[in-house]
Design a protein around this ligand. Structure first.
Ligand SMILES: *Cc1c(COP(=O)(O)O)cnc(C)c1O
Length: 224
């Protein structure tokens, strides 16, 4: 096989393996696999690594930087593509993000809520929005404090922003399940119907605990 054929076969096999785990786990949890959106996190991956996954039928992709996504995705995207911003967003890039991404998972502070409201009003675009919560109260992590979530959501509603979901990244190297369970409770208590949680190492656990969006990089692309 040539390189392109090999890349295509590898992408299809990895996608099939992850899809199979999602189906099995959803069944165990008494859920429909179709209600779980697999987001292929393609940060740092070059177009030639992403294209085979698109060709294999993958529609949803995630990036963590606006600049990187702006360089890669206009040429890659198809009508089926759903592009998710899963990294932190600076307020001065809000408009570019609204123009480029279908969903933004990192709404975490008042200034960003204001910037996104202005960007949606100026462009006429309405994106799927997730509030990111700093579920493990870590200094270096993005996300609003758990205690600040209700106020942030109120502010978003007042600004005309429809925040549908909650997003979290639990602390590394600890059991993720308690953090996922806490995120699920916070979402429920705050009337949020979507839960973006679970990465390559823990997406099965996240599905068991109610994830509707899982963000998987390494298991689909190999190591970064
Ligand atoms: C990189 C990244 C992922 C994917 O991580 P993997 O461990 O490679 O699956 C998911 N979510 C966010 C926010 C990320 O930055």
């Amino acid at each position: 096989m040539n390189d392109a054929n090999e890349a295509a076969a590898r992408a299809a096999a990895r996608l099939a393996a992850v899809t199979e785990v999602i189906a099995r786990t959803a069944k165990l949890a008494g859920r429909q696999a179709s209600e779980i959106e697999l987001i292929a996190v393609s940060k740092t991956m070059p177009p030639e690594s992403i294209q085979p996954l698109i060709d294999a039928g993958q529609a949803s992709f995630g990036e963590n930087r606006v600049q990187e996504a702006a360089g890669k995705w206009p040429a890659l995207r198809t009508p089926a593509t759903r592009l998710h911003l899963v990294g932190q967003l600076q307020s001065n890039k809000a408009r570019e993000a609204v123009e480029l991404f279908d969903a933004i998972h990192s709404v975490d502070r008042a200034s960003l809520v204001e910037a996104l409201a202005r960007a949606q009003a100026a462009t006429g675009l309405r994106r799927q929005l997730f509030a990111q919560v700093n579920i493990g109260a870590e200094d270096q992590k993005g996300g609003c404090a758990i205690a600040d979530l209700p106020a942030l959501l109120r502010q978003a509603a007042d600004a005309g922003l429809a925040v549908e979901g909650l997003m979290c990244v639990p602390p590394a190297d600890t059991e993720a399940a308690p953090f996922f369970a806490l995120a699920a409770r916070l979402a429920r208590d705050n009337g949020l119907t979507r839960l973006s949680m679970g990465m390559s190492a823990d997406y099965e656990t996240a599905i068991m605990l109610g994830a509707t969006q899982i963000r998987v990089g390494t298991a689909l692309f190999g190591a970064r």
